[in-house]
Design a protein around this ligand. Structure first.
Ligand code: IPM
Ligand code: MG
Length: 357
């Protein structure tokens, strides 16, 4: 088993280091290789996704990814910005199926901005299509930016598109995931306005015909955004396109009160996957040793389960995380009165210690 470790920018290095220590404490045999990605790779090699990093990612069984991005790169021309690294990895590796669970940990119910009764026990799985939609439209309006401005251009455009095979394969992923849960899928679209999403709705409905045991309903994205804060527990599996999934998954993650706790997986047809926390690079707190490493540690658990066939080891990590929460340990993002404030390192060490039990 070979794991590519891509820490990236901001808090990425700190949180990935803790996840690697947790993995090492499991007594599994795997090889790791680390490479630069994002702004860090741009600084060193002039590109956010250097050939060597891409080659490593392709050759690995799984990728553990931190986060990329920093405001200081906002004025770079788009192909050189750190975000292009993650988009490039998704595209080059065909990582079309993005799993973003939004789970409310019972110990953290008070950290949510919603009333506890609305989110206690919340367990939603957002399945976001990740390699199509307006993110990868063709042709794509490209302007050369100079200091963040587009001289001489009075418009910009991006095209939204989905092909039948792209919608079919993500729909299958959603229905199959629902079979292992409560057998309900909500497909989110904007078919009242956008042709792309009328097509999406038609194809998802067709694929749904092959899963008579799974209930399918459709919801417009604006309504879904509203229902997520009104009655989030009504959702189970949510499947949607790249753009809407980007927005709704942040919304769902935040309403659990624990965005620093939520892992994600991006899988291709071969089961190869990239695993990363749902949160970003948080440049404002980078280097301070206060970031929450649990989302990355839980992403490592997802990696063991989905790509490396080590479900037991994944269970052990998840149990260890629950145990440190029960001990009352909290990083600053989830800290509340009466709990113990710890930094990144101490949190990682506590998880390693809890593994031993
Ligand atoms: C995410 C991020 C990325 C996205 C950025 C960093 C390109 O927001 O993974 O949700 O928009 O997909
Ligand atoms: Mg996002």
């Amino acid at each position: 088993m070979k794991i590519a470790i891509l820490p990236g920018d901001g808090i990425g290095k700190e949180i990935v280091a803790e996840a690697v220590l947790v993995l090492s404490a499991l007594d599994l045999s795997f090889e790791t290789e680390t490479a630069l990605v994002g702004g860090a790779a741009f600084e060193a090699h002039g590109h956010p996704l250097p050939e060597t990093t891409l080659a490593l990612a392709k050759s690995a069984d799984a990728i553990l990814f931190g986060a990329v991005g920093d405001w200081k790169y906002d004025t770079l021309e788009r192909p050189l910005r750190p975000e292009q690294a993650i988009l490039g990895l998704r595209k080059h590796l065909g990582l079309f199926a993005n799993f973003r669970p939004a789970i409310c940990y019972e110990q953290l119910v008070d950290a949510s901005s919603l009333k506890p009764e609305l989110i206690a026990g919340l367990d939603i799985l957002i399945i976001r299509e990740l390699t199509g939609d307006i993110y990868f439209g063709q042709p794509r309006g490209r302007r050369t930016a100079v200091d963040g401005h587009f001289p001489g251009s009075e418009e910009a455009f991006d095209t939204m598109r989905y092909s039948r095979p792209e919608v079919e394969r993500i729909a299958h992923v959603a229905f199959q995931a629902a079979r292992k849960r409560s057998k309900r899928v909500t497909s989110v679209d904007k078919s009242n306005v956008l042709e792309t999403f009328q097509f999406w709705r038609d194809v998802v409905t067709e694929v749904g015909g092959q899963y008579p045991d799974v209930a399918l309903d459709h919801m417009y994205v604006d309504n879904a955004a509203m229902q997520l804060v009104r009655a989030p527990k009504k959702f189970d599996v949510v499947v949607t396109g790249n753009m809407f999934g980007d927005i709704l998954s942040d919304e769902a993650a935040m309403l659990t009160g624990s965005i620093g706790m939520l892992p994600s997986a991006s899988l291709n047809a071969a089961g190869q996957g990239l695993y990363e926390p749902s949160h970003g690079s948080a440049p404002d707190i980078a280097g301070k040793g206060i970031a929450n490493p649990l989302a990355t540690i839980l992403s490592a658990a997802m990696m063991l389960r989905f790509s490396l066939n080590q479900a037991q080891a994944a269970d052990r990590i998840e149990a260890a995380v629950r145990s440190v929460l029960s001990q009352g340990l909290r990083t600053a993002d989830i800290h509340s009165p009466g709990t113990t404030l710890v930094g990144t390192r101490a949190m990682g060490q506590a998880v390693v210690k809890a593994l031993g039990k």
